[in-house]
Design a binder for this molecule. Structure first.
Ligand code: PMP
Length: 409
């Protein structure tokens, strides 16, 4: 590992040299997607220039290269999450597809009428809708663990929702709308005491902090490649080996079978059983390169640096007249959701864009939690390790100017 300097790592990302409205781009929309270092872009090009093939090792040389590259990416992903084996790693399209896979395949087999599914108020729509659909299909009930006024899950209330009918608990490790870091390890242990299975939505955590699925002890963990400096269209489901062993496939087709006759199909063991058809080989390889990049910095270092920057940004933003932070939990990562008195979030977003600052303004695909705080939308800057105090200072200075009416909105 090299000594950490955000100004140096920023130069690894070609797009961060772009100009917007003649101003240097300040990318503060990392919770929506992250930018890609040159090494990831190069790795994907290299794949198409030298390795591209479908993956069926025995056929010819390029098939062996493509298969090796894909499987090395799976090994890197396993190490990244501290999974026990690369066989616990399933490649999917993203966190959304991962949650749908678990809801359809695991849920279809294990959830029955009268059973209960527990989620939290913090959920992204991707961790609500598939469970609602499962409830609709089975007659199970969806129960929602409330949060306190800081946006943290109330553990006693959460535990009160659990019971003998709870089949699965799904929770985010970090909230995309508020930035709350949820105590997933503790909540998993509680769920397991009731015999429930646990899915952790790591879409907003893996790029900001070390993640160890064996320590969390969750049964499933999902994330998206594009939020961890990798390509779009690739994501990951980690599943405990004994859980995956008993989970039926959700899609059928090539790759996932051991033998097919018209009478009967014998499936492959995990993970192939869950990867029907030709996968996103090149982008899995790109994700492997993104993981290498993140690990070359180190997630402890990223975690420490970003925490410092988050504290700095929070203090400075509170100097803006009429600014209210939405989500003030003690443990937060990356996200700085806020509303500005007298300004529509969309207008603040547009005014920031005029200055080259990219943030999300809207409901962030998490309407229930925003409504819990009495708002429909917020402005949401979100940090990554390539953001600097200069980025934060420019954001805050621009917010001051917006409030003073000196920036058109
Ligand atoms: N969960 C959370 C917490 C998220 O922030 C997101 C993306 N905003 C998702 C799930 C869905 O990820 P994707 O759109 O990449 O499938």
């Amino acid at each position: 590992t090299r000594p950490f300097d955000p100004y140096t790592v920023k130069r690894d990302f070609p797009i961060l040299q772009e100009k917007v409205h003649g101003k240097p781009l300040v990318w503060l929309d990392n919770a929506a997607t992250t930018q890609k270092p040159q090494s990831v872009i190069d790795r994907i090009s290299y794949f198409y220039e030298h390795e591209n093939s479908n993956i069926h090792r025995a056929a010819h040389d390029l098939a062996a290269r493509a298969t090796d590259a894909y499987e090395v990416a799976r090994q890197k992903t396993a190490r990244f999450l501290n999974a026990g084996s690369e066989r616990d790693i399933i490649f999917v399209r993203g966190a959304t597809e991962g949650i749908n896979l678990v809801a359809k395949a695991w849920g279809g087999r294990n959830v029955k009428e009268g059973d209960e599914i527990v989620i939290t108020w913090l959920e992204h729509h991707a961790n609500i809708v598939p469970w609602q659909q499962l409830c609709g299909a089975t007659g199970a009930k969806l129960r929602v663990a409330p949060v306190d006024n800081t946006g943290q899950v109330i553990l006693e209330e959460y535990e009160r929702l659990l019971g003998p009918r709870t089949r699965i608990v799904a929770m985010p490790q970090v909230s995309n709308a508020l930035g709350t870091i949820v105590p997933v390890q503790e909540m998993t242990a509680i769920a397991h005491r009731y015999g429930a299975c646990v899915l952790v939505d790591g879409a907003q955590s893996v790029s900001h902090m070390p993640v160890d699925v064996q320590t969390i002890d969750c049964d499933f963990f999902v994330f998206s490649g594009h939020k961890v400096f990798g390509p779009t269209g690739i994501g990951v489901v980690y599943g405990k080996p004994d859980v995956l062993a008993h989970m039926p496939p959700w899609q059928g087709g090539g790759n996932m079978i051991a033998d097919v006759t018209f009478e009967k199909t014998i499936y492959q063991p995990p993970p192939n059983r869950f990867e029907a058809g030709t996968g996103n080989i090149a982008d899995a390889v790109g994700l492997g390169a993104a993981i290498d990049y993140v690990e070359s910095i180190g997630r402890e270092i990223i975690d420490r640096y970003e925490h410092e920057l988050l504290v700095y940004a929070t203090e400075k933003m509170l100097t803006v007249p009429g600014l209210t932070m939405i989500g003030t939990a003690k443990d937060k990562a990356s996200v700085l959701s806020f509303v500005l008195d007298g300004c529509r979030s969309e207008d603040v977003g547009k005014a920031l864009n005029q200055e080259g600052i990219a943030v999300r303004a809207g409901h962030h695909c998490a309407q229930p939690i925003l409504r819990r705080f009495g708002v429909e939308t917020t402005v949401r800057p979100s940090l990554a390790f390539y953001n600097t105090k200069d980025d934060v200072d420019l954001l805050v200075a621009t917010l001051h100017r917006i409030q003073a009416g000196r920036v058109k909105r």
